[in-house]
Unconditional design. Structure first.
Length: 519
């Protein structure tokens, strides 16, 4: 049996070991070698160290060290000013004053940082399951030391988290090896910015294929959304474990399937659309808020310039929910970063499925319109992809063009470069002598030259039945008519899952879909 002296010695040794272990400075996984801090802004850092101690921070761009007190719980936070972007790499060292232990980040760059989020078309890697156009040549040429890549590991959680996991050990210098399984749109966007701005660019891949928009917002925001009333009734209580929440959803699904309305004010489809509550309730589906909790929320501790978003396919048959939730999500994310007008650029759904001349009830037509409604928020922009999709592939391969259009928006609206980032947009219409005249926010000189008939228009009379329209240009307007519609009252353009595109700006960018009715 161990005597008392030995016991005391062992206890002292174990206590010292615990203290030494606790004394070491630790940082979340989002802070690593090769990271990019947002230039001429602020760089928040946080971590753990000895409770009650002081952490000293030495950043290569600062003349003097900065200190921060460690709380009784061992946590500390600090915000550093950042320099103008440049190609020089810096070291940032964090030292625990209690025992001198520390962590040093190497090759830290100051530049532009963008978060790239959404579902599979944003997730789609250059190679792997994606294989973008010319992927082998693109990968071989991806040697850009000043482009840095951070990929958030896919994970879920039913409660908000303050840390997340990343792949590959953290930030990676862009190379053929590091870019192969990275978001192709994020990489191509970063390449465009680097070539134009000549400063380091960091892009964060925070995506999950098949995810619905409700997985990317908080409980509070979702509870206020139209069609989501009551979703978080039990979430704010203790025991928000996955099992009980799945049971809660399944009860709603069972009730709806039995023809019962779980909440008199909300249609059952809002709770149990097809196979379950928005997103399925089986192991292959997504629960509301779980990606926000586990992947997005921890990233709000890092300063960024703006957000790129490509998502909507999973909500394609619920456009009216999307119309409410999308702008709410944008506003919530901006609030979390403390930037009310943080740039937020998104991709409107690409063309997909069989091509039809007349498809007035196209699901994706309504979803594209719901996406476009978010343009009423300031500092937003929409990359129209109605012409780069593929009829038989929901994951079109030409991600280079989609990323180029996002980069044009950023260069124009965020960085003030003299580039054309958008095509002419629908502005209004008038009905004259059995024809509908459509006007735009710019003159004819801003359209691509064309002669003859213009594809993509459908027209309807007071009976609400649409027919293929005959469209041509008259001055600055487009005039649309049909021999099947004597007294027209409505016209739509590119209103189909996979429409024919007839209107482009002078730079080749497609005009966004629109309609004059609200049927």
């Amino acid at each position: 049996m161990m005597n008392r002296t030995v016991k005391i010695a062992v206890a002292a040794f174990l206590s010292l070991s615990v203290m030494e272990s606790a004394a070491k400075v630790t940082l979340p996984q989002i802070y690593t070698d090769n990271m990019v801090v947002q230039q001429k802004d602020r760089a928040p850092f946080h971590g753990k160290a000895s409770p009650g101690s002081t952490v000293w921070i030495a950043a290569g761009w600062l003349k003097h060290q900065v200190s921060v007190n460690v709380g009784a719980d061992g946590r500390w936070d600090v915000v550093l000013p950042t320099p103008k972007g440049g190609k020089k790499g810096f070291e940032v060292t964090f030292t625990d004053a209690a025992d001198g232990s520390g962590v040093t980040l190497h090759n830290v760059a100051a530049g532009e940082v963008w978060l790239c989020s959404g579902q599979s078309n944003m997730e789609m890697p250059l190679a792997g399951w994606g294989k973008v156009v010319n992927y082998e040549q693109e990968i071989a040429g991806a040697v850009y030391p000043q482009i840095r890549l951070l990929q958030v590991k896919r994970r879920t959680d039913m409660v908000p988290q303050d840390d997340t996991e990343v792949t590959g050990g953290g930030w990676q210098v862009c190379s053929p090896q590091s870019v192969e399984e990275f978001s192709s749109i994020a990489y191509f966007f970063a390449r465009s910015l680097w070539e134009e701005l000549d400063v380091p660019v960091g892009v964060i891949d925070c995506t999950w294929g098949g995810s619905p928009i409700e997985a990317w917002v908080s409980y509070a925001t979702l509870s206020r959304g139209s069609g989501f009333d009551g979703v978080v009734k039990d979430f704010v209580k203790d025991g928000m474990d996955e099992l009980s929440i799945r049971g809660f959803y399944q009860a709603l699904v069972d009730s709806a399937m039995a023809g019962k309305n779980p909440c008199p004010a909300v249609h059952p489809d809002a709770y149990a659309h097809k196979s379950g509550f928005p997103g399925t309730v089986d192991k292959n589906g997504f629960l509301p808020c779980e990606l926000f909790n586990a992947m997005l929320l921890p990233m709000t501790r890092m300063e960024i310039r703006g957000v790129l978003w490509y998502q909507g396919e999973q909500n394609g048959d619920r456009p009216f929910q999307y119309q409410c939730l999308f702008p709410a999500m944008i506003s919530e994310w901006r609030s979390l970063w403390g930037k009310p007008e943080m740039p937020f650029y998104f991709v409107q759904l690409a063309n997909y499925r069989d091509q039809k001349d007349v498809e007035p009830h196209a699901e994706w037509g309504y979803l594209r319109e719901a996406q476009a409604e978010a343009l009423n928020l300031r500092a937003t922009g929409m990359a129209v992809a109605i012409d780069v999709g593929e009829a038989k592939d929901i994951h079109p391969k030409n991600k280079q063009e989609v990323a180029r259009r996002l980069a044009l928006l950023a260069l124009d609206k965020t960085y003030g470069r003299k580039v054309v980032s958008e095509a002419p947009a629908y502005a209004g219409y008038s009905i004259e002598n059995g024809k509908i005249y459509v006007s735009f926010n710019t003159g004819a000189r801003e359209f691509a030259p064309e002669t003859g008939a213009i594809d993509g228009f459908v027209i309807a009379g007071h009976d609400g039945r649409f027919y293929k329209g005959e469209a041509r240009r008259e001055g600055d307007r487009i005039v649309v008519s049909s021999p099947d519609v004597e007294f027209p009252v409505a016209v739509r353009y590119c209103w189909a899952d996979n429409p024919k595109v007839g209107l482009r700006g002078k730079t080749g960018l497609p005009v966004a879909p629109f309609r004059t009715d609200k049927w």
